[in-house]
Design a protein around this ligand. Structure first.
Ligand SMILES: C[S@@+](CC[C@H](N)C(=O)[O-])C[C@H]1O[C@@H](n2cnc3c(N)ncnc32)[C@H](O)[C@@H]1O
Ligand SMILES: [Zn+2]
Length: 322
């Protein structure tokens, strides 16, 4: 199944209007590397660039926050039509607002996530120093280890970064979709997917609180280390709407609010569990009893690491969201 079969227009989610690939798309090895996904109803165009579908509501704002990435799209676009499409909204970019998101390729977080998810080595100084044999991917493996196999199911990984957990999910589910706001992360995730020759997974750029999917679609939604970056009540409401009745969601988070800008609402293990219960979810007995402390390590520079203890909560959708 292709990703485009699952996507709907952000402006007509309730009507579940599918998106069609325009005739001018550049297809390589049976895969669209560049083109436009067009809504049959409102004609909104969502670009696919470098193989990455970008399903955001406000593309001008998205590109403004990624000046360098936008430049690379323009330089790398393969057809005059795509160049025109990109130039058309260039005139609407506000130069005063143009910035580079910290999760993009030249931003602060690209290298740490690449190390943590794929490129760490066992002779790393810090890892060698730890008495307990702790690997950066231990958190991800523990999470996926708890997820039951559903060979017919559809899974969604929100804020998937470079796709490590999404690709693991594809081994347990019939199809796994990873979404992230970072174009560079999604591009890297797709690269890893094709290197591993995985065919039942796909990735796209999207906002986890404004997703291009119809209601009650997913059998599992994964949310790892994302809570501090989005408005939690909107996130839970979006997840609740997307899950099938009684389907499962897994949250893993260190509740780290030591960041700027500071979110208005801050949770800990206890208050987040309360929010889940008030948002139409039932917490699995094992996660209800006690918080967990699973190690997770990011390498942020040659001699500098971030070490977290992450709480893991499994829940089931039980009711309509009030
Ligand atoms: C702290 S990282 C965690 C990544 C990954 N889940 C992990 O645990 O390795 C947060 C990720 O969420 C993405 N992100 C931030 N805000 C987002 C949003 N509103 N929707 C989707 N992704 C978002 C970032 O680009 C980043 O990749
Ligand atoms: Zn539309």
């Amino acid at each position: 199944m292709r990703l485009t079969n699952h996507l709907v227009c952000l402006h007509h989610r309730d009507k579940q209007v599918r998106l069609a690939l325009n005739a001018l798309s550049v297809v390589d090895d049976n895969e669209c590397v560049e083109g436009l996904l067009v809504c049959e109803l409102c004609n909104t165009q969502y670009p696919i660039l470098d193989g990455v579908p970008i399903l955001v509501r406000d593309l001008v704002r998205y590109a403004s926050n990624r000046g360098a990435i936008y430049g690379s799209w323009l330089l790398g676009s393969k057809t005059p039509e795509m160049k025109n499409f990109l130039r058309d909204f260039a005139s609407r970019l506000n130069p005063d607002l143009v910035s580079n998101d910290r999760y993009e390729e030249d931003g602060y977080w690209f290298a740490p996530y690449k190390w943590t998810q794929y490129d760490y080595t066992y002779d790393d100084h810090f890892l060698k120093l730890l008495k307990r044999d702790t690997k950066p991917t231990e958190l991800y493996n523990k999470i996926i280890g708890q997820v039951p196999v559903r060979s017919e199911g559809l899974a969604l990984d929100l804020g998937c970064s470079m796709g490590y957990t999404t690709l693991q999910l594809s081994q347990k589910y019939s199809y796994a979709i990873g979404i992230d706001l970072s174009f560079s992360f999604v591009k890297e995730a797709r690269k890893r997917m094709s290197e591993a020759n995985i065919r039942n997974s796909e990735f796209c750029v999207a906002d986890s609180i404004d997703l291009p999917f119809g209601a009650m679609k997913f059998d599992l939604i994964l949310v790892v280390n994302l809570l501090e970056l989005v408005e939690p009540t909107r996130l839970l409401s979006s997840i609740h709407g997307l899950l099938k009745p009684h389907a499962e969601a897994v949250f893993a988070d260190p509740y780290d609010y030591n960041r700027e800008p500071k979110p208005k609402i801050q949770f800990d293990g206890r208050t987040f569990r309360t929010l889940l219960c008030n948002s139409g979810f039932e917490i699995f007995e094992k996660s209800k009893k006690a918080e967990s402390f699973i190690p997770w390590i990011l390498k942020i520079a040659n001699r500098s690491y971030l070490f977290y203890f992450v709480d893991l909560i499994r829940v089931r959708k039980i009711s309509k969201h009030r």
